[in-house]
Ligand binder design. Structure first.
Ligand code: IPD
Ligand code: CA
Ligand code: CA
Ligand code: CA
Length: 262
């Protein structure tokens, strides 16, 4: 399969899905609780995922699709081409703010990330990558990340770190937060990953993410030299819900060793 053509098709689908989401903002939407009042899904999340399922099965019948809302395939292994889709990353932002949410897609072949996308719907910013060919911001090639010192860095953190949780050592994370220039919490993992690969943030970590939150971002990360993995530095397992960190290569090792590994 020609990845240049696959890239064109994927970008077209993502932009079309984005237009559908924008059109839906003028209509009544249905919000449903999944596991709690902070875990929501709307009819637009579900319809957007269904749009990808329909279009991918029509255009690429041999490809499979793993989506957050479950309308794709049941994936237990990553043989062949698999589209990993989060139709709306940042559903709470979508509902409460109508901004700061993304469509993110990773296309993997035999478990290797080949193409990655993070599309910020309301700004139209498309971050994309093809493995081995670089990462792009609205079609313009992104430079490899330049080294940064902890003291000058801005770090994205899922704000739930302040609540007790078993994934981190509170005191060490507090020390990290005192050492860096500042922290931000935007409420969309994909958006925060897009900020790391473009140098607007120097790292981002979260206590529990799934394949669809990070699959596209990890492909883009590789192309600009950002490093990612679990909080212990192991490769992120796309079949599990896990803690996740992505960082500028100058920070990654120390970030894990001194602050994040438990
Ligand atoms: C969520 C967002 C959020 C992160 C959650 C994710 P969703 O994705 O990325 O920033 O903290 O863990 O589940 O549900 O809005 O697609
Ligand atoms: Ca969700
Ligand atoms: Ca998500
Ligand atoms: Ca989602």
């Amino acid at each position: 399969m020609n990845h240049q053509l696959l890239d064109e098709a994927a970008q077209k689908l993502i932009r079309q899905a984005g237009e559908r989401i924008k059109d839906s903002l003028h209509k009544q939407m249905t919000v449903t609780e999944k596991t709690s009042s902070s875990d929501l899904v709307t009819n637009i999340d579900i319809e957007t995922e269904q749009f990808f399922v329909d279009q991918v099965s029509k255009q690429f019948p041999e490809h499979r699709l793993l989506g957050e809302e479950g309308s794709g395939d049941v994936i237990t292994s990553f043989d062949g081409y698999v589209w990993i889709v989060d139709p709306i990353d940042g559903t709470t932002n979508f509902i409460n703010q109508q901004r700061n949410f993304c469509i993110t897609v990773g296309i993997y072949k035999d478990g290797i990330g080949e193409l990655g996308y993070i599309y910020q719907v309301m700004t139209g910013e498309m971050i994309s990558a093809i493995r081995g060919q670089g990462a792009f911001q609205n079609g313009v090639k992104l430079h490899p990340l330049t080294p940064v010192a902890f003291e000058d860095s801005l770090i994205g953190v899922n704000a739930s770190w302040v609540a007790p949780n078993r994934h981190i050592d509170h005191e060490r994370v507090a020390r990290l937060i005192k050492r860096v220039r500042g922290t931000r919490s935007y409420g969309s993992a994909a958006l925060e990953i897009s900020y790391v690969v473009t140098g607007r943030l120097d790292a981002y970590f979260s206590m529990r993410l799934s394949a669809w939150d990070v699959a596209g971002g990890m492909v883009i990360a590789n192309e600009v030299g950002a490093l990612s993995g679990t909080l212990g530095g192991a490769p992120f397992d796309l079949l599990k819900k896990q803690p996740f960190v992505i960082a500028n290569p100058a920070l990654f090792e120390e970030l894990i060793k001194d602050y994040l590994v438990k």
